[in-house]
Design a protein around this ligand. Structure first.
Ligand code: NAD
Length: 356
C-alpha cells in the first residue's frame, strides 16, 4: 500500500520522538511491502517562528491532503508570553477543528513490565482502559473574553455542547466498548453544569441502544478519585473535552509514565491525527533522553485506524513488549536491574525487533 503521511515534528522533544516513530514506520514498510512518504508540516512554535502564525492555512491543507497525520508535540517557554491567538497550542486546536477530529482515544494500559514505575501500591488487578474524549467542543472551543468591569478585569470562557456533538462521541464510546470488555462509564458534572445534564440525557438515550454494554454515570470529581482507588473498574471512559484532557493525564501516570501513552484523534473518515498525549517536555528537549514509545505506539494506532493495517500495528506493539522484556528503559521508566537507553537507542531497539 502507498500512503502519504503528514509529519508534524513540532517543538521541544517533538523532533526527537517523531524521528524514532518514522524509523519504526520505515521498518514496517520495508517488512510488509508498503510505501510511506512523509510530508513535513510546520505547526506550533516552529511555525510561529517561520511563518508568523501557529498553523498557516497552507500547512492545514498539507494535512488535509495526506492520508493521515503524525504529530510529536508543540509549545514551550519561548512562546508562553505570546498573545492567545499566537500560542503554539492554538495551532493544535485549529488543526483538530480544521480536520473535524471530534473523537480522541487515549488508551491507559499498564505494561506489566512497568508495574514498578506505577505510583500505585497494588496494580496486581491490572490497568487497561481507554478514555474517549470529545475533542472539538466544550470550553476549549467556546468564546473567550477578557473585559474590564468596574475597574477590574473579568475573564469569561463559555462552554457549550449540542446533542449531535454528544451523540457522535457517545457512539464511538459504545462501539469501542463492544470491542473490549463492554463497559462504559460516562463522566460529567451533572450536579452543577447544564452541559453535563444534556450530556447525561443523551448518553442514557444511547445506552438503551446498546443493551449489551454495561453503562454507568460518574461525576468528574469522583472519577478523579476512583482512578487512583480502583482503576481496574474502568473499561471505556467517555467524557467531554476538558475533563478528558485532565483525567487522561492522571490516568497516564498510573501506567508508569506519560511518555508511554499514544492517542488517536479522528472524525468521520479514515484520516486522523496521531500523537503521544504528553507535551513538548522543554525540560528534557535536545538531550536525546525522552521516551519515544508513546509516539511509536501512536504510529501503530495510525496503521490500525487510518490504514487498516492490523498486523503491522500488532508487530509494533509486540516489538515494544519484547524490548521492555529485555529490560531496556528510557530514564522516565528506569527501574532496578534494567538498562537505561537514550531516545534514539529505544527507537533503534524497537525498529530492529520488527525488522528481525
Ligand atoms: P509535558 O507533557 O511536556 O511534560 C510534563 C512532564 O513529563 C515533564 O517533566 C516532562 O519532562 C515529562 N515528559 C513528557 N513527555 C515525556 C517523554 N516522552 N519522555 C519522558 N518524559 C516526558 O507537559 P508540560 O510541561 O505541562 O508542557 C510543556 C509544553 O508542552 C507547554 O508549552 C504545553 O503547552 C505543551 N503541551 C503540548 C501538548 C501537545 O502538543 N499535544 C500537550 C500538552 C502540553
Amino acid at each position: 500500500m502507498e500512503k502519504k503521511i503528514a509529519v508534524i515534528a513540532g517543538d521541544g522533544i517533538g523532533p526527537e520522538i517523531v524521528a524514532q516513530a518514522v524509523k519504526v514506520l520505515d521498518t514496517v514498510a520495508k517488512k510488509y511491502g508498503h510505501q510511506f512518504t512523509y510530508e513535513p508540516v510546520d505547526m506550533g512554535g516552529v511555525a510561529i517562528d517561520r511563518w508568523g502564525e501557529p498553523l498557516p492555512q497552507a500547512m492545514l491543507e498539507k494535512c488535509l491532503a495526506a492520508d493521515s497525520v503524525l504529530l510529536g508535540a508543540v509549545g514551550g517557554p519561548k512562546w508562553d508570553t505570546m498573545p492567545g491567538h499566537l500560542r503554539p497550542e492554538k495551532g493544535l486546536l485549529a488543526l483538530r477543528a480544521g480536520m473535524g477530529l471530534y473523537s480522541n482515544l487515549r488508551p491507559a494500559k499498564l505494561w506489566q513490565q512497568l508495574s514498578a514505575a506505577s505510583p500505585l501500591k497494588d496494580v496486581s488487578k491490572g490497568i487497561d482502559f481507554i478514555v474517549v474524549r470529545e475533542l472539538i467542543g466544550g470550553v476549549y472551543f467556546g468564546k473567550h473574553t477578557t473585559e474590564t468591569v468596574d475597574g477590574q478585569q473579568v475573564a469569561t470562557d463559555t462552554m457549550s455542547y449540542s446533542e449531535t456533538e454528544i451523540e457522535r462521541i457517545g457512539k464511538i464510546a459504545f462501539e469501542t466498548a463492544r470491542k473490549r470488555r463492554k463497559k462504559v462509564t460516562s463522566v460529567d458534572k451533572a450536579n452543577v453544569l447544564d452541559t453535563s445534564r444534556l450530556w447525561r440525557a443523551v448518553m442514557h438515550r444511547l445506552a438503551e441502544q446498546y443493551p449489551d454494554v454495561e453503562y454507568s454515570d460518574m461525576l468528574v470529581d469522583n472519577a478523579a478519585m476512583q482512578l487512583i482507588k480502583a482503576p481496574e473498574q474502568f473499561d471505556v471512559i467517555v467524557t467531554e473535552n476538558m475533563f478528558g484532557d485532565i483525567l487522561s493525564d492522571e490516568a497516564s501516570m498510573l501506567t508508569g509514565s506519560i511518555g508511554m501513552i499514544p492517542s488517536s484523534s479522528m472524525g468521520e473518515g479514515t484520516r486522523g491525527l496521531f500523537e503521544p498525549i504528553h507535551g513538548s517536555a522543554p525540560d528534557i528537549a535536545g538531550k536525546d533522553i525522552a521516551n519515544p514509545v508513546g509516539t511509536i505506539l501512536s504510529a501503530a494506532m495510525m496503521l490500525k485506524y487510518s490504514f487498516g493495517m492490523e498486523q503491522e500495528a500488532a508487530a509494533i506493539e509486540q516489538a515494544v513488549h519484547t524490548v521492555l522484556d529485555k529490560g531496556l528503559r528510557t530514564g522516565d521508566t528506569m527501574a532496578e536491574g534494567c538498562t537505561q537507553v537514550s531516545c534514539t537507542q529505544m527507537g533503534d531497539a524497537i525498529a530492529d525487533c520488527i525488522g528481525a
